[in-house]
Design a protein around this ligand. Structure first.
Ligand code: M6P
Ligand code: ZN
Length: 183
């Protein structure tokens, strides 16, 4: 199980053992409202696991100058013709940036600035993605196997889900003839 890679990584530094590890998982019911095809969504088992995040949070949330690290494991699947994806967020401190990088599988990073311009970047093992402040970010799994990526973000960034929950992104990643299209 490749997921074991994460604790092995940071427990090689004995000083970090036992520090703040946080694991969250989101199933389909946690993603209610983010997919276009509501009928297809409601037909799916709501307890189906969509993604898991293992985070290492060595500072108290809100600490200026600190960093957080996380690995997200996003399972493959589609809701209608839309790829399985993360909730997506702006940072609560809107100017905070973040790095994402691809570990395994095939993904697309969907980005949206404060003017609601949307663009996407292909994510693959070893690809590096800089997300500037003021840019909302969401990952989609566009392959047929587990897609995982790492993230590093400031401990005073916070998450702002409200705007995405209300208005979504202004484009969606849809499969057309087997290929992802931003529509
Ligand atoms: C990455 C980071 C985390 C984020 C996670 C899941 O690991 O950006 O801060 O929580 O992805 O994304 P979301 O919070 O949008 O569900
Ligand atoms: Zn973020």
């Amino acid at each position: 199980n490749k997921k074991i890679i994460f604790p092995e990584l940071f427990f090689t530094d004995k000083n970090l053992v036992g520090r703040d590890v946080c694991k969250i998982s989101r199933n389909l019911s946690d993603l209610k409202g983010i997919f276009a095809d509501v009928e297809a969504f409601e037909k799916m088992p709501q307890d189906k696991l969509a993604y898991e995040v293992s985070s290492f949070l060595p500072e108290k949330e809100g600490t200026p100058g600190g960093l957080y690290f996380g690995i997200t494991y996003l399972y493959p699947g589609k809701v209608g013709n839309e790829y399985m994806m993360t909730k997506g967020h702006y940072h609560a401190s809107i100017d905070r940036a973040e790095f994402y990088w691809g570990l395994e599988g095939e993904g697309m990073l969907i980005l949206m600035d404060e003017q609601r311009n949307v663009w996407a970047e292909r994510v693959f093992p070893g690809s590096l993605h800089y997300i500037p402040g003021g840019v909302a970010h969401r990952m989609a799994n566009v392959g047929s196997s587990l897609f995982s990526f790492a993230a590093c973000w400031p401990s005073d960034a916070g998450h702002n889900y409200a705007e995405i929950a209300e208005k979504g992104f202004s484009a969606r990643l849809i499969e057309v003839n087997g290929i992802p299209h931003l529509i």
